[in-house]
Design a protein around this ligand. Sequence first.
Ligand SMILES: [Zn+2]
Ligand SMILES: [Zn+2]
Length: 109
Amino acid sequence: MTAVKPVEARCDHCRQTRPLFLYEPDHGHLGASQFSCRWCLREKQPRLCVRCWGAEKQLEENDSAINEDAETMRQICEGNARAIARDDAVRAACDGIAEATRVAEENAS
Ligand SMILES: [Zn+2]
Ligand SMILES: [Zn+2]
């Protein structure tokens, strides 16, 4: 088994020679906030040492614009789920009315 050794080079943040990992942001955007987002505006993601990588991750997780987008996304998904549930309820009610009407007509004849 060959263990892959991370490359040692100068960290883009602290400029110390350490094993480096490419930072890849893990978030999405709704609307225009990506044009002011420090991660999305980067041409190239930095290579960071473990410590700086962790700090960067924290920054990303605590970014209010990203969190707002995530919250809006969550609300949209919840709204959709509610709309689907409502449609199902309406359909079930209509089926019930149709069935009741059919039974009533059968009994009347
Ligand atoms: Zn560093
Ligand atoms: Zn972004």
